[in-house]
Write a protein that binds this ligand. Structure first.
Ligand SMILES: Cc1cc2nc3c(=O)[nH]c(=O)nc-3n(C[C@H](O)[C@H](O)[C@H](O)COP(=O)(O)O)c2cc1C
Ligand SMILES: CCCCC(=O)C(=O)O
Length: 386
């Protein structure tokens, strides 16, 4: 992982991480890099990819390799997309705007976090007129606040809502607790008013009575978890969403066949198989290990994507071979931003794209559609998951 100090031009995604480590302060680095509790799942997300072995075919014409694909019917240049990650301005002052420009330059999809440090209207402004922007949602007990956010996202032109379902409460991130993590000024959660108006007047009074103000550390004091609705259920939340929006609904954070079947049953339009980058329930299985059972459960009825631990072109290839329509990147985008803003994210995407093309050529796949489970060694462990 360590990059020699003389190397200033990253050549792989781990190089971006090593450089970002030298550029970010402890507060931001720990918030971005670490996971929940013992960080077992954070580690497994990557380790599980290395357990999958490729099974290449030869003498296939790979003189031209195309990574073109589509998301919910909209074409994109590559299946490598950008996951929602909060508070990107800590990595680079242009934050989410820099990321949005990089996504547009690559003609790929970006999901914007509810907790962005740039207002959602400002971010989509950088679209190339074609590449998909989706808005990630946390739902609040105070539903009018959520409804207003949804309507703003719709008005601004976001084409889908990504409802994160693995975060009814925030995971226990030890480094953030030790640092008493707080979003440094001048950054703020830009999709919300400056004060605590997101909660109702009586909730606000209760928070203030408990000594919680807008200056209290963010993660540790449960302001955000107080705001988020831990009471969401299939039968209430999805119909409510449907009643307030016509946008496609993607569920992010599904890891089991049971929930995948429920997602189809409740009319969701897609699933992102994810364990939130190991930041929520520590000890859950690696995202890539959960992918096959979710793909099998939905039986092609809706699109399935995945995120968690993607750092190499062969990781992307393996995820596609196991049935993901596309993959999403969390931390690598933050490392690209910390390295060199918009340019850094572009460089990071270019390297991963080139690595994917290389993996496709060396496996004998000229198109994304050609990538199937046959390109993976069928170990007993993998067979048990397929
Ligand atoms: C710093 C950080 C902030 C994140 N913020 C959000 C968020 O606001 N909403 C969300 O649904 N997921 C969030 N995630 C999870 C990512 O969307 C994604 O699931 C995860 O980072 C993928 O793993 P990777 O970092 O190994 O690529 C965040 C992840 C990180 C690292
Ligand atoms: C404060 C929690 C919201 C951002 C998030 O989802 C994350 O940090 O993983």
């Amino acid at each position: 992982m360590a990059v020699p100090p003389t190397v200033c031009r990253p050549v792989c995604l781990d190089d971006f991480e090593a450089i970002a480590r030298t550029k970010l302060g402890q507060n931001a680095w720990d918030y971005y890099a670490t996971g929940a509790n013992d960080m077992q799942t954070l580690h497994d997300n990557r380790e599980a990819f290395s357990r999958l072995r490729l099974r290449p075919r030869v003498l296939r014409d790979v003189s031209t390799v195309s990574t073109k694909t589509s998301l919910l019917g909209r074409s994109i240049a590559s299946p490598i997309c950008i996951a929602p990650s909060a508070m990107q301005c800590m990595a680079d002052s242009d934050g989410e705007e820099a990321t949005a420009k990089a996504a547009a330059a690559f003609d790929t999809a970006m999901v914007l976090s509810t907790y962005s440090t740039t207002a959602l209207e400002q971010v989509i402004h950088h679209s190339n007129g074609h590449n998909p922007y989706w808005f990630q949602l946390y739902l609040y007990q105070n539903r009018p606040v959520s409804q207003e956010l949804i309507q703003r996202a719709e008005r601004a032109g976001y084409q889908a809502l990504v409802l994160t379902v693995d975060t009814p409460v925030i995971g226990r991130r030890l480094a953030d607790a030790r640092n008493k993590f707080q979003l440094p000024r001048p950054w703020r959660l830009a999709n919300f008013p400056k004060d605590l108006r997101i909660v109702t007047a009586s909730e606000r009074a209760a928070l203030l009575a408990n000594g919680i103000t807008k200056d209290t550390p963010l993660i540790d004091n449960k302001i955000l978890s107080n705001r988020a609705d831990a009471g969401l259920t299939w039968t209430e939340c999805i119909p409510w969403l449907r009643s307030v929006t016509g946008l496609p609904i993607i569920l992010k954070g599904v890891l089991t066949r049971e929930d995948a079947e429920l997602a189809v049953l409740h009319g969701c339009n897609g699933i992102i198989v994810s364990n939130h980058g190991g930041r929520q329930l520590d000890g859950v299985l690696a995202a890539i290990d959960a992918l096959p059972e979710v793909v099998a459960a939905v039986r092609g009825q809706i699109e399935v994507y995945m995120d968690g631990g993607i750092r190499k072109g062969t990781d992307v290839f393996k995820a596609l071979a196991l049935g993901a329509k596309a993959v999403f990147l969390g931390r690598p985008v933050l490392w690209g931003l910390a390295y060199n803003g918009e340019q850094g994210v572009k460089e990071m995407l270019q390297i991963l794209h080139d690595e994917l093309e290389l993996a496709m050529a060396l496996c004998g796949c000229a198109t994304i559609e050609a990538i199937t489970p046959q390109y993976l060694q069928q170990t007993p462990e993998l067979k048990s998951r397929l």
